[in-house]
Ligand binder design. Structure first.
Ligand code: GTP
Ligand code: MG
Length: 172
């Protein structure tokens, strides 16, 4: 039987985009309307026995004053999830800047995923949407990222996101 491999995974993205909420949904099945802003970074682990992997997750702080810490968390990471908020064009700009930074300084083999979070806010009447799905998908395709829209609140595509990364990890 193959031994379970550890995989370092980092979440990056603008403050308030929902990084902690995605991690908390995935790891603990919880969601809080008043999730506290992360200070520095938070570390959580989650085994995925079906994929023979244990994720070691660094949930970074989006506040700009923590930007200089980010390399400590993405260095050596097997995968990164870059999160933006579909109701915030600014957060999408920030996400693209993270992709640039990772592609410039990160590991060339890093698996990268782009998550357009808070999809629950743009269901039906989508007047609050600021980032069109097709625009984000085109950007992701161009840069070799896996792309999905998620809702941490409604648990939409959250397991799928992490499982897709697990599938793409090189076999130990
Ligand atoms: P920092 O730690 O400051 O970088 O923020 P973060 O990216 O970790 O965001 P966080 O998970 O703290 O979420 C920010 C706010 O958005 C919180 O009030 C959450 O409840 C809310 N939120 C997160 N995900 C969703 C979602 O999918 N839908 C909705 N409607 N709200 C969400
Ligand atoms: Mg957070």
């Amino acid at each position: 039987l193959a031994q379970q491999q550890s995989a370092k995974l980092v979440l990056l993205g603008e403050m308030g985009s929902g990084k902690s909420s995605l991690v908390l949904r995935f790891v603990k099945g919880q969601f809080f309307d008043y999730q506290e802003s992360t200070i520095g970074a938070a570390f959580l682990t989650k085994p995925l026995p079906e994929y023979n992997v244990k994720f070691e997750i660094w949930d970074t702080a989006g506040q700009e004053r923590y930007h200089s810490l980010a390399p400590m968390y993405y260095r050596g990471a097997a995968a990164a999830i870059i999160v933006y908020d579909v109701t915030s064009a600014d957060s999408f700009v920030r996400a693209k800047n993270w992709v640039k930074e990772l592609q410039r300084t990160g590991n060339a083999n890093m698996i990268m995923a782009l998550a357009g979070n808070k999809a629950d806010l743009v269901k039906g009447d989508s007047s609050s949407r600021q980032v069109p799905t097709e625009e984000a998908r085109a950007y992701a395709d161009e840069h070799g990222l896996y792309f999905v829209e998620t809702s941490a609140k409604e648990a939409t595509n959250v397991d799928e996101l992490f499982e897709e990364i697990a599938k793409r990890l090189p076999k130990a």
